[in-house]
Design a protein around this ligand. Structure first.
Ligand SMILES: [Zn+2]
Length: 195
């Protein structure tokens, strides 16, 4: 088993950035995703939980290549699962998690992540979809559709909403987001008797 950590996008990805803030700074999503991924992986390493960084490159790696890499890892390490880390945009607020359509092990993992997010971010809105009995949203995202292993995608607050942006630019906010991911990974592994 390996936890496959996917930090979405790259330095050359167009869009995927916040509006310019009052102080002239701007958040680029690839940087945020990599920062959270690094914090998560540092903690996994400390706790001897096996992981792989799916995209160590700073450039954007195609979704097809990402899925090929994940599927290779899953082939040699069955039981592996993928966590893709992102920041949201579109003018909303809060936290959400996605899986591919239908019910699978991905939904079990996403549900654990969602429950950890509820505890971790009480001051923020949880953007859940309870219509199918669990709290994740379903999507056709390429990385969720074309991975053979269970796969979830977290959208960690909105780059274009001031309250969210302040939170995800702060070290305190990033620490809480990373810690929440680690807690969820550990809870899932414990449920599988792998920890
Ligand atoms: Zn993204």
């Amino acid at each position: 088993m390996k936890v496959i950590i996917d930090n979405g996008h790259g330095i050359n990805t167009s869009g995927k950035r916040s509006p310019v803030r009052k102080d002239g700074s701007q958040l680029f999503e690839y940087e945020f995703n990599r920062s959270i991924a690094a914090m998560v992986m540092m903690e996994l390493q400390k706790q001897c939980i096996p992981f792989v960084q799916l995209v160590p490159e700073i450039e954007d790696i195609s979704l097809q290549e990402r899925c090929n890499r994940a599927n290779q890892i899953h082939k040699s390490d069955p039981g592996s699962f993928l966590v893709s880390i992102h920041a949201n945009a579109g003018g909303g607020t809060g936290w959400e998690v996605f899986t591919y359509t239908g019910q699978s092990e991905s939904d079990v993992i996403a549900n654990i992540f969602g429950n950890e997010a509820i505890k971790a971010f009480p001051e923020f809105r949880m953007r859940f979809d309870y219509s199918d009995g669990d709290l994740d949203k379903e999507s056709q995202f390429y990385i969720l559709k074309h991975t053979a292993c269970p796969a979830i995608l977290t959208e960690n607050f909105f780059m274009d909403t001031a309250k969210d942006l302040d939170f995800i630019c702060s070290y305190a906010g990033r620490s809480r987001i990373a810690a929440m991911h680690v807690r969820a990974i550990k809870t899932y592994l414990k449920s599988k008797n792998q920890l």
